[in-house]
Design a protein around this ligand. Structure first.
Ligand code: IVH
Length: 680
């Protein structure tokens, strides 16, 4: 593409993306699906990558953050950023309201309060000059803060320019950068899966993200912003605080929808009760409420004491993080066999609820946080999420504190506990046998794509397991009519139907049976590939890691799961019982693929090929070949297009035949001459 052509497309893309941004963040009315937006964005990134001379600081791609800096410049706040005094009880709040009334010489009940959440994030001051964001600063000590402009510019909720025309020439917007709970949880879920360090809480998440020297890191974090006031302003905006918020909202500044006004102490008390009740369902974390005298004239009359206003107060909620003793660490087995270490705690009130257990996530997390049994720890509970141990307090460690050791066997069924390579989670290998996994295993076994036992729904499985009529799937085949008929919502006729369905499931296929076993990550497609490749259950059960990895689409992780599953004696026993109960399938010819001309050959594609890779892959697979992603000694040939790189080098080092696109076409036309073609 020519530079001129790229310039035009870049210009068009930017305008399009900016108009979608405005619809999404300000109007809350997106007009295209996210995926389409992402595609526009990616296209712009690609073009800017090819023609870096077209990049400008205003480009939407530059929200991803600029270059890292050595440190933050200092910003002196023209109007100091104040703090708030706190109250913790209804009595203290009542006294505060009375003090304000006395200060104003009015009846307490006549005061109109602005009532809003106290967001748990980091205060920020955004300076807009002529409607453009020119500076963002943290609160710091209230007098001077740090210049975090580059970081703030990456936060999508902070407009880079104000909407409309009627904004003051100079306007400092004050508010809180916070991390929405959903974003925080998604971030931590990913971190735990990857074995990375999770964020301690949304507040630390927000504060830590905003104060990154590399704004690219800030850009990746899910941050948002709510405004709760102004600093410097070249005009008088309104007579009331809520009037200011309304103006800000009109200029495209996000204001919390839960903010409102209430009348007198009674109104404050009701709002407090209402929000405390709502706390666990809010999409953002709060540590209390803020009440401000709404009338700006009255605010001026009241003034300040040192660094806090007399006209505002924070009514704090019970803390969501507290310290307590870690008495023991047990492990819990989840429905899929995941082993989760659970902290047994000295009972403690957290966010208004007594907590005695908290999750420790996994072994690496315990090690990373340096937690020992007997330690004093910080426990956190927020929303409807399971309480967790955030960290230990090493300064308070008793001399007899003990490190945690992951048990080698499942405390529920005694099967081996296995941690697959590269995984953060350990699992009980008891699968079909482990009572902790029993209901789940049986529901899966009976499901439509597995053994397809019609009428055996979740509720029935629950009853069968709870009444101990069924311990493993094999027990299903020994149920008696009177046992089934005695279950809730079962009559003789339905019981008979169920037994008939169970009986019918004895006749199945190998692939259904393999899928029904519930081996981790063995879905229908993998079960089918295994059945085709090995032809019999015996052959599969004897396969080692290498033999399994030779099966199409099976990598080391799945192979490891399969080996571990069959290595567990309990699982082999259940399989034997199932076969003894009469489950059977038609004999299958091992590896039907074997008869195809390219059977057993692994090929690797590299470089730029004229046809789409997926198409070439499908064509080769139809001829029985396996198409792998990397070159190894097992590779039969490498098909190299233009600009092939490291894979081609590796093939040459290993002496593996290399063919070009012409060779590929020849193979596809005459696969029976494969050997001859690759030798050319
Ligand atoms: S008003 C003059 N409103 O709390 C009052 N602050 O303890 C200035 N905060 O530094 C602050 N939510 O980081 C105000 N709705 C809210 C708030 C809020 C959270 C934070 C803010 C401030 C601290 C003061």
């Amino acid at each position: 593409m020519k530079l001129q052509q790229a310039r035009e497309e870049v210009q068009k893309l930017r305008e399009e993306i900016e108009s979608h941004n405005y619809r999404y963040y300000v109007l809350d009315e997106p007009s295209i699906p996210d995926a389409e937006y992402d595609a526009l964005f990616r296209r712009l990134q690609v073009l800017e990558g090819q023609f870096p001379e077209l990049i400008t600081p205003e480009s939407p791609t530059q929200r991803v953050g600029g270059k890292p800096r050595d440190g933050f410049a200092t910003v002196r706040h023209a109007v100091p950023m104040l703090s708030l005094n706190n109250v913790f009880s209804e009595g203290e709040m009542r006294d505060f309201c009375q003090r304000v009334a006395d200060g104003l010489g009015v009846a307490e009940s006549s005061i109109c309060w602005s009532a809003e959440p106290k967001f748990d994030g980091l205060a920020i001051s955004l300076l807009y000059r002529n409607g453009q964001l020119v500076q963002a600063a943290t609160r710091g000590d209230g007098e001077t803060g740090e210049d975090v402009t580059a970081n703030a510019r990456t936060i999508p909720a902070i407009p880079l320019r104000l909407r409309g025309q009627d904004w003051p020439k100079e306007l400092e917007v004050r508010g809180e950068v916070y991390m929405p709970i959903a974003g925080f949880q998604a971030w931590n879920r990913r971190a735990l899966e990857r074995g990375e360090k999770p964020l301690a809480n949304p507040r630390n998440g927000a504060a830590g993200s905003l104060r990154q020297l590399d704004p690219k890191i800030t850009a990746r974090r899910p941050l948002a912003f709510y405004s709760y006031g102004i600093g410097l302003c070249s005009e008088t905006l309104a007579g009331q605080y809520t009037g200011i918020l309304q103006k800000l909202r009109g200029w495209g500044i996000p204001v919390c929808p839960d903010a409102t006004t209430v009348q007198g102490f009674a109104g404050c008390r009701d709002y407090h009760a209402h929000m405390l009740n709502k706390r666990d369902t809010l999409p953002y974390e709060i540590d209390g409420l803020v009440f401000k005298v709404n009338d700006l004239q009255a605010q001026e009359t009241l003034g300040f004491v040192t660094r806090a206003p007399r006209w505002a107060i924070a009514w704090k909620f019970p803390a969501q993080e507290v310290s307590t003793r870690l008495l023991a660490i047990d492990v819990q087995i989840g429905r899929t066999g995941a082993v989760t270490p659970v902290a047994r705690l000295e009972p403690v009130q957290v966010g208004g609820v007594t907590v005695t257990n908290a999750t420790l996530h996994n072994e690496d997390e315990i090690r990373r946080k340096g937690i020992c049994i007997g330690d004093w720890v910080i426990v956190r509970r927020a929303g409807d999420v399971i309480p967790e141990v955030v960290r230990a307090i090493p300064e308070r460690r008793p001399a007899d504190a003990q490190p945690f050791v992951m048990p080698t066997h499942c405390p529920v069924c005694g099967s081996r506990i296995h941690r697959a390579e590269g995984e953060a989670v350990s699992r009980c290998t008891g699968g079909l046998f482990c009572p902790a996994q029993r209901k789940q295993a049986i529901k899966h076994f009976a499901s439509r794509k597995a053994m397809d036992i019609e009428g055996l729904g979740d509720k029935l499985v629950d009853q069968l397991v709870e009444r101990e009529l069924v311990q493993t799937p094999a027990d299903l085949y020994h149920l008696r009519l009177e046992q089934v008929a005695a279950l809730e919502r079962m009559a003789e006729k339905s019981a008979r139907n169920l037994l008939r369905a169970i009986d019918r499931s004895r006749e199945t296929t190998l692939e259904r049976f393999l899928f029904a076993l519930g081996i981790r990550e063995v879905g229908e497609a993998t079960a089918r590939a295994l059945a085709r490749h090995f032809g019999s259950l015996e052959a599969l059960m004897q396969a080692d890691q290498a033999a399994l990895e030779a099966v199409e689409d099976i990598g080391p992780v799945v192979a490891d799961h399969i080996v571990s599953f069959f290595a567990e004696a309990h699982n082999r026993q259940v399989i034997e019982q199932l076969l003894a109960a009469g489950i059977h399938w038609p004999e299958q010819q091992a590896d039907t693929v074997q008869t195809l001309p390219l059977a057993g050959r692994t090929l690797v594609l590299t470089g730029t090929l004229r046809r789409p890779r997926s198409e070439i892959k499908a064509a080769l697979e139809a001829l029985g070949a396996k198409v792998a992603g990397s070159v190894s000694k097992k590779t039969a040939a490498v098909i190299a297009g233009e600009a092939a790189g490291s894979k081609l080098d590796k093939a040459r080092t290993l002496g593996i035949p290399v063919v070009d696109e012409q060779g590929l076409e020849a193979i596809l036309v005459e696969p029976q001459f494969f050997e001859t073609i690759i030798k050319q």
